[in-house]
Each structure stands twice: as C-alpha cells, then as structure tokens.
Design a protein around this ligand. Sequence first.
Ligand code: FES
Length: 197
Amino acid sequence: MSSPSDQTRRTIILTALATAVHASAARSAAAEEDAPGSDLRPQKADVLVFAEGDHAGEVIKPQDLTPGGPFVRAWPKDPKTSVIRKGSRLNEVVVVKLDPAELDDDTRARSADGIVAYSVICSHAGCPITAWGKAAQGDKDVLKCVCHNSEFDPRQSAQVVFGPAPRRLAALPLAAADGSLTVIGTFIGKVGAQQGG
Ligand code: FES
C-alpha cells in the first residue's frame, strides 16, 4: 500500500502533467488562429472545410451536404498553406445545397450546382445564423438568426424576408472542383452587422 506522501507526490505529478497538456493545447490552438493568412477574408481558390462537428477541419465534398438543407457551417482554407482562415469570425460561412431550379439567376450563377454559401454573420447586430427552418411567412425553409428573428432566403441572394435585419447576407461565390467546394471570388456585399461589426 502506498504511503500518504507517495499519494501526495503522485497527485502533484498528475496535476503538473495535466497543466502541461492543457497549456500545450492552448498554445497550439492560439498558433492555429495566429497562422499567417488565418484572418484574411476568403480568397479565390480556397476550399471549404467543416467548422464544427466530428469532421471539423475536413474538406466539404458536395455529396456531404443534404439536398434541401439544413446548412453546415464552414471555414475557408488555403489549399497551398493548409491554413484554415478561422482567425476572424467574419470569415465563417453557412453552406446549403438547394435545387438549382429554385435559385434566382444571380444566386444560381454564384452556386456550385445549387450549393450556395453566405456569411454566417447576421446583418442586424452580428449574431451568427444558427437555424434552418420554415419561414414565418410562406412555407419555404430559410436561414434564421434567432437573436431577433431575422430570416434570409438563400435562393434569392439571402435577401431579408422577415425581421429587423437591414440587408442581405454577404454571398461567397463557389464552384465544385476536384471533389471539393472552391471559392471563386471574394464576398459580394458587406460582411458583418450594420454597426460595422
Ligand atoms: S442579430 Fe440577427 S436578428 Fe438581430
């Protein structure tokens, strides 16, 4: 049987180990966010990767998305440096796969066979878009910001269809290439909230 002082020593060693592991994880997370280019807005030729869930950081393939939604949240990633651009929340997007026949002409032109991407940041006060569901008016599913119940129709350039948001979400043009979703231009429209967020 171990003596009390053995137990104390073991406790001290385990605590020190846990602290070291925690510090190292925090350092590597900070390094990832500080990586050069991580706070640059999405760039042409970036690919989209999952922002959350079991597949976070993995490249999103068109077949990973459910037709008709819901959306997934994504970060752009520089394919040359492998830097994921998660150094700014203004870089995060929602990606949803829709029937191309439902899209208006501008939206269809920016889509990858019906897959569209928009800034996750609501134009009202900067909350993230977190919900997908039936519009308050009509029976279509729409992007929702539940902070103050704004709704955006992803088939029509994410224009505001309900709530206090003053303008549409910024759109990110996409193409499907080599089994991934590729950014083909910078954001169209202002990213962030009306206060400048
Ligand atoms: S922040 Fe989105 S509705 Fe107010």
